[in-house]
Design a protein around this ligand. Structure first.
Ligand SMILES: Nc1nc2c(ncn2[C@@H]2O[C@H](COP(=O)(O)OP(=O)(O)OP(=O)(O)O)[C@@H](O)[C@H]2O)c(=O)[nH]1
Length: 325
């Protein structure tokens, strides 16, 4: 098999809540004439992102409850094999990592495995950087720095939430961490897709000094010991007002180590699913699909952070069930 027939691969990384799924949806729309196969990796037990990606089901593959960079390697290789067997069905493979993944390890099969590079060609690793929260994330975790250091393109997202001065400052901060990456910016209404697709890893790696290029290929396996995920599943309908209020209070005053919340909720007397997310302390509520007639209306919620106490979270959630007075 010739290398030219290899499928192009784009890896999307970035810390928890940076906007990877939002960007992925934009990318799917941008590439509307091409067929993308998408691998979604989620850290939490409850796969939520798969529901938020606007992609034909048969082109979306979810690997949940573990981080691709350290615990899901076997599944990942099997999936690459299955995808290759159905290679006529797609033009490009896009992988969304978890928000805590080390992209060096996710990229490793495409760079160092004896066989994989014949079938798949890693074109670019894009790291989404949350303009509003990156400074705190860099202060408190190693993951954000690893992701920025390894990536070819650093896409500063959520630029609608910061001033031009803050944006310029973040650009400089990123250049300080990874001077060789291409730094771009955008937000959910406007991403620089054309520039992203003009940038390929080869051009960047070739321009790098050999010393730096070698360093970026280093494998760093780690198990995210201090970051954990808590998943809950409830049948009881929730009260939306109570839930938004309790979650806001909880995130602002009682849970400083919660980096990410994502949930799909069954709200009393609502025909639509309600998607509630937070990134650090910012809470967002949005309407999702209509609940299908033949499905159980189960609410699913995932918290990701440090020092999480399951009993406290469960108690807070149970206090938000809808009650007849
Ligand atoms: N204001 C604003 N909010 C955004 C933008 N992009 C994403 N968001 C919001 O940020 C939150 C997280 O976005 P996601 O796309 O789910 O982030 P993610 O990186 O996939 O999250 P994880 O998979 O949990 O790491 C959601 O509430 C989005 O609506 C943006 O450009 N501007």
């Amino acid at each position: 098999m010739s290398v030219t027939a290899a499928k192009p691969v784009t890896i999307i990384t970035g810390f928890l809540g940076a906007g990877k799924t939002t960007f992925l949806n934009g990318l799917i729309a941008y590439k509307n004439t091409e067929k993308l196969a998408v691998i979604e990796n989620e850290f939490g037990l409850e796969g939520i992102d798969g529901q938020l990606v606007i992609c034909a089901d048969d082109k979306l593959f979810e690997l949940s409850n573990g981080c691709l960079c350290c615990t899901l390697n076997e599944d990942f290789y099997s999936l690459l094999e299955v995808l290759w067997e159905g290679r006529e069905g797609f033009d490009e493979l896009v992988i969304e990592t978890t928000g805590i993944a080390n992209p060096a390890s996710v990229a490793a099969p495409f760079l160092t495995n004896a066989n994989v590079p014949y079938y798949y060609k890693l074109k670019r690793v894009i790291c989404l950087v949350d303009a509003r929260n990156i400074e705190q994330q860099l202060r408190e975790t190693d993951e954000a720095r690893n992701q920025i250091s390894f990536s070819d393109i650093l896409l500063i997202t959520k630029t609608d939430m910061v001033t031009a001065e803050q944006l310029a400052y973040i650009g400089k901060l990123l250049k300080g961490i990874n001077p060789l990456a291409v730094v771009l910016s955008g937000h959910r209404e406007c991403y620089p897709f054309a520039e992203i697709y003009q940038t390929s890893r080869n051009a960047i790696v070739e321009a790098k000094s050999p010393k730096v290029a070698n360093r970026t290929f280093t494998l760093q396996h780690h198990q995210h010991e201090d970051l954990v995920s808590l998943s809950f599943n409830f049948n009881e309908p929730f009260d939306l007002q109570l839930l938004s209020h309790r979650l806001t209070v909880f995130l602002n005053f009682q849970a400083k180590d919660v980096y990410r919340v994502k949930g799909i909720f069954n709200i009393h007397e609502q025909s639509q699913k309600i998607i509630i997310q937070s990134v650090m302390q910012d809470l967002a509520v949005a309407a999702g699909d209509i609940w299908a007639e033949d499905t159980e209306r189960n609410s699913r919620i995932v918290f990701i952070g440090k020092n999480l106490n399951p009993a406290g979270f469960e108690k807070m959630l149970r206090q938000c069930f809808y009650r007849h007075i």
